[in-house]
Design a protein around this ligand. Structure first.
Ligand code: F0G
Length: 351
């Protein structure tokens, strides 16, 4: 029987027997070996996808949200609040529904993908759309939760990071070791901070002999960490990581520097090429932000910066169904034809 993430990793998490476990049986996602693009195969490099789209609300956020909402309930909260580019709001809405408390989510108007909005709405969250970007929404939520009796469940809440670090535990369990490289998209930078914390804890406990190099990828139009200063007007097709002033900036730098890794920017065209590749060649449909991990690693492969025989894990952070709008824009639907077998055979290229 599948277990709640909190039960599975209780010894590594800040919970006590008094903590109510609010769970949707998150985590335990598959680590899928990929065929890999030709550059990987030619260089003897094995890629793996940690497919976080298979969490209960279809993104990695559920790992952190189970803990953040459980602790909020333990502490007596009747409501939780988060700013979000969409996935945090969907997850907060679902876990709040499960706990029977209110979720208040503050969203950048016009920039949340349709699937995420639908989830958040149907789970019954209180949605507030602001005329501003994610960074503005986060500023507001921070202040709101200081002034009112509402628990903040953005990743500046340390319980979120604690929950999300379990991804490293699962990868190490599946590989029997840490990979040589672990790549992921970077937005607000909580997840790279969490990955690195997980690996460090395993290493300190003697469970893994060495640590991976962390590779974080931002979208070129929203790459404050790469540029070294906040970006006033972040823009990218990968709306999940359309963030100009990441809250966990320092955590991301520490992961990069302590692991001997890198944080780089990838252009939207390369994100979309990787997104298409994953769906059409590997059978894995992710949302655009998730594909930033492969887009970045693809560059490293082309530049032969990854030693042969390396294992590279890509965190694929969210499911493709989250963002049907991008699919509709990027992939043309053919026009209807008459309902006759000859016409269909011709259209299908069988004749
Ligand atoms: N990938 C997806 C699909 C995301 O939703 C996010 C963040 C990231 C990557 C980046 O993770 O912020 O920890 O560096 N989404 C947040 C949200 C901001 O509100 O859903 P990060």
């Amino acid at each position: 029987m599948r277990q709640p993430l909190i039960e599975r990793y209780r010894d590594y998490l800040p919970v006590s027997p008094k903590t109510p476990v609010v769970s949707l049986l998150e985590g335990s996602t598959p680590l899928l070996p990929l065929k890999g693009p030709p550059e990987a195969r030619e260089q003897g490099i094995q890629l793996f996808a940690k497919y976080e789209g298979l969490n209960p609300t279809a993104s990695f956020k559920d790992r952190g949200m189970t803990l953040a909402v459980s602790k909020a309930v333990e502490e007596g909260a009747r409501a939780v609040a988060a700013a979000s580019t969409g996935n945090t709001s969907a997850s907060a809405a679902a876990y709040a529904a499960r706990a029977g408390i209110q979720a208040i989510v503050v969203l950048p108007a016009g920039y949340v993908a349709l699937g995420k909005l639908a989830q958040t709405l149907v789970h019954g969250a209180t949605i507030v759309q602001v005329e501003g970007n994610f960074d503005a929404a986060l500023r507001i939520v921070r202040e709101l939760t200081e002034r009112y009796p509402v628990a903040l469940v953005n990743s500046i809440n340390p319980y979120r990071i604690e929950g999300q670090k379990t991804i490293a535990f699962e990868v190490a369990e599946d590989l029997g070791d840490a990979p040589e490289f672990h790549a992921l998209p970077v937005g607000n930078a909580g997840n790279i901070t969490a990955h690195w914390k997980g690996y460090r804890e395993l290493h300190a406990a003697g469970e893994i002999p060495r640590l991976p190099r962390m590779l974080g990828f931002q979208a070129e139009g929203a790459a404050p960490i790469v540029k070294g200063h906040p970006v006033e007007k972040p823009e990218t097709v990968a709306t999940a990581i359309r963030i100009g002033n990441p809250a966990s900036w320092q955590g991301a730098l520490a992961a990069r520097d302590e692991s001997g890794g890198a944080i780089e920017a990838v252009p939207d065209e390369e994100i979309l090429a990787a997104w298409r590749y994953l769906a059409s060649e590997e059978g894995i449909f992710v949302e655009p932000a998730s594909a930033a991990s492969l887009a970045g690693v693809w560059r490293w492969l082309k530049e032969k910066k990854i030693p042969p025989e390396s294992r590279v894990v890509l965190t694929l952070t969210g499911h493709g169904l989250k963002d049907p709008g991008t699919a509709e824009r990027e992939v043309r639907l053919p026009d209807p034809i008459p309902a006759r077998v000859e016409a269909v055979a011709a259209a299908a290229g069988l004749e």
